[in-house]
Design a protein around this ligand. Sequence first.
Ligand code: 5GP
Length: 177
Amino acid sequence: MIIVVSGPGGVGKGTIVDALVKRDPQLWLSRSWTTREQRPSESAEAYVFATLEDFERRISDGGFLEWTEFLGNYYGTPTPDASDHRDVVLEIEVDGAQQVKRMTPDAMLIFVLPPSREEQERRLRGRGDLDHKVLARLKKAEEEEPIGRELADHLVVNDDLDETIDEMLAIIHAARR
Ligand code: 5GP
């Protein structure tokens, strides 16, 4: 099963997917490639931080399940290892989610919404990005939200983190059954 977790920036997707794979050993988290620079606050394991040249080479080698450009950088999901029989979790933006749903209609998309714009902005600012980057991400989030709502199999509002994780695990377990 492919589980796509998407949602506007600042909604807490990263924290959620980390908790999901910790709680459910049948899940594994795909590690994306990006050409974005590593944030000072970010672990080196958060992505494969690639050069544009390496990223483009992997595109031409057909090594991505999906990839997109997001606010001036490339992001892509390496083609998952078919020999791993656990369910894969992809934490990606809506364009990538649309590509995955087109290719594999059985993939389940959980779209996460922020409890409010104010909270979303507070979370985005908390990452230490520069002001113009925060504003660009907020604008992008507004564009992404209606598309994600339309595409989603399940909508979850991330108000209380523990409740959100419980709700998402319940959705995943129900889908497995
Ligand atoms: P960030 O720069 O905040 O880490 O990520 C920006 C956006 O790219 C987020 O919405 C994140 O979910 C998304 N993203 C991360 N990895 C991938 C990927 O492999 N493919 C796509 N399409 N989006 C990704």
